[in-house]
Design a protein around this ligand. Sequence first.
Ligand SMILES: Nc1ncnc2c1ncn2[C@@H]1O[C@H](COP(=O)(O)OP(=O)(O)OP(=O)(O)O)[C@@H](O)[C@H]1O
Length: 204
Amino acid sequence: MPLEGTGLGYRYTKEHWVFRKLDIRVKPGEVVGLVGPSGCGKSTLGKLLAGHQAPREGSILLNGVPVQAAKGMPNPVQLVLQHPEQAVNPKWKLGRTLEEAGMPDKILLRELAVEDAWLNRYPNELSGGELQRICVARALGAVPRYLIADEMTTMLDAITQAQIWYTVLQWAKQHQAGILAVTHDAALAGRLCGRILNWQELAG
Ligand SMILES: Nc1ncnc2c1ncn2[C@@H]1O[C@H](COP(=O)(O)OP(=O)(O)OP(=O)(O)O)[C@@H](O)[C@H]1O
């Protein structure tokens, strides 16, 4: 069940293509790092792969068919962003946010050190690291085939970063899910990933 982008092109304005003719393939169970300079288009690519934006050119296929969620089901390609406060509804208590994609099981919540009391709070009542644990729980609770982790732990302290990645990698292994980790941190990518893609090679 590979996730495959072929001949991808995207532009925000008429004049400027962020990238064109980009090919990328991630296999089930693979942990792939994507590194490249600021502004080159990594986050844009992540949004395309997760279906948040449609490519202007090219196709994105999951197991040979266009990526789409079955009716009433969460997207099989989940995206976790760097800033969790931008990814949740500020007016919803976090229990509601978590339930939206299907309540993650208790073991996963415990492994991510999500406390029950947080579910009864609003996003602005948690720290960035606590809120990011909720966002990771929500993404994995959707039981995705692929996780796009876009600078997922960049803003967090080293211990929280390590805890979150440990849980995510264990989960991915158990579920044979693929991961694309977008990061500036080549050392982190080296520790986590079985394969590293350099933007320059990818975008030609
Ligand atoms: N909504 C938008 N409207 C116009 N241009 C945008 C928009 N979002 C991103 N861009 C531009 O598209 C290019 C790629 O942005 P993107 O966020 O994908 O890069 P990135 O590689 O993820 O960068 P960084 O590593 O700094 O997060 C940049 O030149 C950026 O300014």
